[in-house]
Ligand binder design. Structure first.
Ligand SMILES: Cc1cc2nc3c(=O)[nH]c(=O)nc-3n(C[C@H](O)[C@H](O)[C@H](O)COP(=O)(O)O)c2cc1C
Length: 168
């Protein structure tokens, strides 16, 4: 892994997030990854921050909330489509997704959360703020589209403490 500036691949990463990236979590000896399609990268409180949105129903929610950190591994060039599908439909409660997908677990450099060696770009993040969505404040069109079952997202703001590209 080669360290790069957090925004070096911002354009590619923001484009790919809409198609899918991996949100990795680890708490004690339990690790997991799930597909995300939403995320924000930018500056807040004078820090580079990656914000992810995790619904309460996810196994990932239990791990990220306890661990207070996470990592993101982004596949570029349309890679790992099958794995994005698997990790976006199966739960870590039922599967070891790293094992099922044959992922290489790369040790984090600044956190305890692993990265996925088969991906191209990676972020290590420490949660500096979390925000439960306030149902009364959501625009009605979004509420009707995404939250009819009340399975709201919690937003996790992760300070980016490391950003890497996989050495080829
Ligand atoms: C393309 C795609 C994007 C997704 N984005 C999110 C997301 O941003 N937040 C979320 O909570 N779930 C998202 N999901 C759903 C989770 O990936 C899925 O429910 C997963 O099985 C949860 O795994 P877990 O129980 O191991 O955490 C997405 C699924 C797909 C296929």
């Amino acid at each position: 892994m080669k360290e790069v500036k957090f925004n070096e691949y911002a354009k590619d990463v923001v484009e790919q997030i809409g198609k899918g990236a991996f949100l990795n979590t680890k708490y004690h000896d339990k690790k997991n990854t799930m597909t995300i399609g939403w995320g924000n990268m930018g500056i807040i409180w004078g820090k580079p921050v990656f914000t992810v949105a995790v619904r309460y129903s996810r196994h990932t929610y239990e791990l990220i909330d306890k661990a207070g950190e996470f990592s993101i591994s982004v596949p570029l060039s349309g890679n790992l489509k099958k794995e994005l599908g698997f990790c976006g439909s199966k739960s870590g409660r039922d599967f070891d997704k790293f094992k099922e997908c044959g992922f290489t677990e790369v040790k984090g450099q600044k956190t305890n959360t692993p990265l996925i060696g088969e991906c191209d770009i990676h972020y290590e993040c420490k949660v500096v703020y979390k925000q439960a969505m306030e149902p009364a404040l959501i625009d009605k069109s979004i509420d009707d589209k995404f939250y009819t079952n009340n399975d709201f997202h919690v937003l996790y703001y992760g300070e980016i403490v490391g950003c890497y590209e996989t050495s080829k």
